[in-house]
Design a protein around this ligand. Sequence first.
Ligand SMILES: CC(C)(COP(=O)(O)OP(=O)(O)OC[C@H]1O[C@@H](n2cnc3c(N)ncnc32)[C@H](O)[C@@H]1OP(=O)(O)O)[C@@H](O)C(=O)NCCC(=O)NCCS
Length: 167
Amino acid sequence: MSGCGNNDFIVRKAKKEDASKILELIKELAVFEKCPDSVKISAKQLEEDGFGEAPAYGCFVAENLSGNIIGFALYFPRYSTWYGKTLFLEDLYIKADYRKNGIGKQLVKEIAKVAKEKSLRRIDFNVLKWNPAKQFYKKLGAVNASENEDFEIYHFYEDAIKSLVQI
Ligand SMILES: CC(C)(COP(=O)(O)OP(=O)(O)OC[C@H]1O[C@@H](n2cnc3c(N)ncnc32)[C@H](O)[C@@H]1OP(=O)(O)O)[C@@H](O)C(=O)NCCC(=O)NCCS
């Protein structure tokens, strides 16, 4: 147990049975990020992708004393031609009532432990420009690469993928 008083919590690896709760938190994070309609994934897909023979992602959850999941961190392996294998931290979310109790820090620590065990040189993630979480990450030692580099983030969404395969 970590934390103090009513804010005791544990951090553990996510299990298949956690998928629907994780999806709830993914949706809460999407609302927080002002993109409530962007979550296209289902609990079934999360189950299949994260808990099969070759999991596409890893996930840690934080639980309160009552066994309720109050936060999660989801990551997956990535590859950099500069740094080799890296991890991408896709989501980190703590429910509003439980913030500022060290839970986010503990979840990032678990991801860092995974990176260190695999001797990885970098953990990547994106933060929205207006998100105060920037201060949280900086406090933990993260560097805002977009301050020093001119990269912009691009995506090929489904429609673009469909068009691309036809050109
Ligand atoms: C960002 C977030 C994950 C932080 O989790 P948390 O459990 O509240 O953070 P912690 O309590 O572990 O904080 C660790 C340190 O960062 C500081 N910190 C946390 N949030 C902060 C903020 N918004 N601004 C400045 N500092 C902050 C804490 O004060 C603490 O400092 P200390 O170690 O000196 O005491 C949480 O606020 C959250 O879920 N926010 C909404 C979703 C989000 O923005 N996710 C990230 C998407 S990129």
